[in-house]
Write a protein that binds this ligand. Sequence first.
Ligand SMILES: Cc1cc2nc3c(=O)[nH]c(=O)nc-3n(C[C@H](O)[C@H](O)[C@H](O)COP(=O)(O)OP(=O)(O)OC[C@H]3O[C@@H](n4cnc5c(N)ncnc54)[C@H](O)[C@@H]3O)c2cc1C
Length: 829
Amino acid sequence: MRVVIVGGGVAGLALANALEKADIDYVLLEGRTEIAPFIGASVAMTANGFRILDQLGCADIILNATYPLEFVRTWGNKDGRLVSQWEAFLLSHKRSGYPLSFMDRHFLLKTLYDNIEDKSKVLLDKKVSRVDHSTQGVSVQCKDGTTYAGDIVIGTDGVHSIVRNEMWRHMDIAQPGLPTKERTLMSAEYKCMYGVARPIPGREGDCDPNYFHRCVGQDISFMWSPAKDGRIFWFVYEKLDKVYHAPDIPKFTDQDALDLAQHGMDLYISDKLKFSDVWENRIAYMCLPLEEAFYEHWSYGRIACIGDTVHKWTPNLGAGANHAIEDAAALASAIYKLAHSKTPPDHKTVEAALSNVRESRKFRAEAMSKATNKTTRLEAIKGPMESLLTYYIAPWFLADFIANRQTTGNVGAEKLEYLPDPPQSLLGTQAFNPTYRTGKKPSLLGRVIPGIPLLLLAYFASTIFSNIVQLPTIGTTFHKVLPLGQLEYHGQIWNLPTMASPLSVMVTFFSPSLLNVDPLQRLQMITFITDLAPLWLIWIFESHRPANVMTFAWWPVIFGVAFQLKGIGMVGPIWFFLHYIQSPLRNYSSLDWRMVNVAAAKTALVAMLATLVVPTFAMYFTPDLDQRLQINVMWQVFPFFTVVFHYLLRKLTVSDTTRVDRLYNVHADLPYVRFAVYTLSAISALTFNWVRFTSTASIASLMIPDWNVVNALLRAEPVGLDFPAATKVFLQVDEVVCFGAAFVWLALLVRDLKKAEMTTTAWWKIVVSGGVGTVLIGPGAVVALAWLWRDEMLATKKAKGSVGDTYVVDKSGPTPDEAARWQKFLNRE
Ligand SMILES: Cc1cc2nc3c(=O)[nH]c(=O)nc-3n(C[C@H](O)[C@H](O)[C@H](O)COP(=O)(O)OP(=O)(O)OC[C@H]3O[C@@H](n4cnc5c(N)ncnc54)[C@H](O)[C@@H]3O)c2cc1C
């Protein structure tokens, strides 16, 4: 197998390196006379490109020559106002294992070229002018009259690609009109001048090499960042007078560049610097149109194109070169398979292998194309919507959204399939995983269907509850009690502590257990509510992790108030269902998305004890029965109190270290989460066993309702239940259905873990542990401990398809230098 590569830019040199490593014959034809000329251009490497460079053995050279960019500051270029600042690049570094580094473009090209052992295969001054192909092979002709033959030809000759044109010519011959649309697809709405400047004399302190700056303003925007040696890489973008289409996209002269500089001269590029500071120290610059195109055809027969030849976008997100490297890796992996197939691949196999590269690359490349082209328009404030998003929405709401999109986009990055994973690529907290490459999200229906039993349980509980409420004894009791505000049992009268509806209804409902009218019901309620505490804790924790932002689980207070009014037997299964359908494992692909906010984790136990556990014991053990009723009034609103008190505790009593911990210790929440779960589980288990040994009836008969009664209630048949007996059945059904649903929910979550191969524990072991555990320590403790077990898996295990098996979490925290940089960033210095 011999490959002819046309173009010795980023994609071409990356492909040459990859083929050399695969021991595949190739020749690279570069039109220029120099492989890495200095033209004032710079390029940023991101995790997706870095990993492949690492496989090729080039990453260390780049890492040593550059500073990692950590922080992004956005300035208004009219007045130098700080619009927003994010630690987006630092977050991306920690998640992927690779930093974002800016360098001279010629340095990147030279590094790639120097890494090639057999330089005789890279031919300079070879401007390709024609490409021919047959079912047997290809022939590539250069302007100097030389011809090169091969099995396939790869066009890496950039935005004005001759190979792409030749590919269209062949398509046109075979199927006239096939590429017609593509010929005029490329457009340009913006131009860009990029350059390099010397360090600005006396302003070195204002040019921190860990910062990247975006300077936004109407129709003109800037980006700049200092290099390790103090030089400044800079870019100016300006909107063109109209949208141009190929082949009429204009070229720009030096005078155009000078005019553009003049337009930007008085605009701010930070609070202290203006563009004139950079321009006066310029070393080199270049002005060009920013072409945009995403082509349908990347290959035809034995001709394939990658890099800027097939996806050209604006440079605002620094992605073109990185995706060109990914293209090269995907293509090299495909060629490697062809070259190592047992029999020489025929024409059809070669054609299919080349066209599959686009299939693999399409989703992520297209998503990036849209994102970066949109970013150009946001930064150059194209219209009112862009203005709203850039100045007002993004700074407040989109900080993590944008970083998350970037890192999630890179998770599915390509690599060289035939070379080992570099150790650095295993260190990130968001493992690379090619299964996230295709854009195919888990179907909602695929989660709704297994969740249906939860809805059935909610329906079951709601039917029973509404039929209980309609029992004549219930109606008579409420008609008697509520207007008078008095409860009467066995000739004794108690005043309701409140007439506020629905609190008076709820206190009445709890009165048989509170007043010990039915001692067994009292015991059932004590164990039921202490079982509820760990469950409520889980809901509180779930509401404080990024994985659940803007899902139903984000709003526990709504469900808490609802279950107090309607019964947790009905509301619980609905919460479990909604949580399940909104919690595919993908939501946890970055370890910091699992993290419970650290301040919330530290304070949740106290909030639970203060608002639920202590009031529960107080209302069932206070000797004065009137006081029990009074405490019950307060207890009824515990979901509201928990959320408010927890909020106050986490804001006022502890420091929230989540923002730093998600970078330097993604397990920071776990000790607090564990302690809270263990404590409430222990209280629940002890109470469960105290009830077991105190009760005159078996624990099963306390908790499980009489099936004949339930059956009759389901059919709305008459049942002779007095008020205490009716409340007893209600509360038994409430508990059994709620915890039954919790077990179904946990089983569904464990099923996710098993599918993703994050646990190999056999189902029978899980079922037996759950069953035996429930008998020994009660359902509340078992549910909480099982939930914690799942969390430990999410915090340490990698999902199927990821590189590496287990996350190695560095808990050492930031170094003094990192901490100082972080503080400076937070202080906006
Ligand atoms: C201002 C600007 C800033 C950018 N910043 C970034 C960034 O920070 N990060 C990033 O990832 N991307 C960035 N990009 C995009 C990135 O530079 C390109 O996407 C990337 O260089 C594409 O690589 P390529 O190999 O496909 O094409 P090129 O790098 O353009 O290489 C094409 C090569 O083919 C050669 N060639 C052309 N015609 C012929 C011919 N007929 N015969 C033989 N050889 C030929 C050319 O001489 C050249 O060497 C930026 C782009 C611009 C315009």
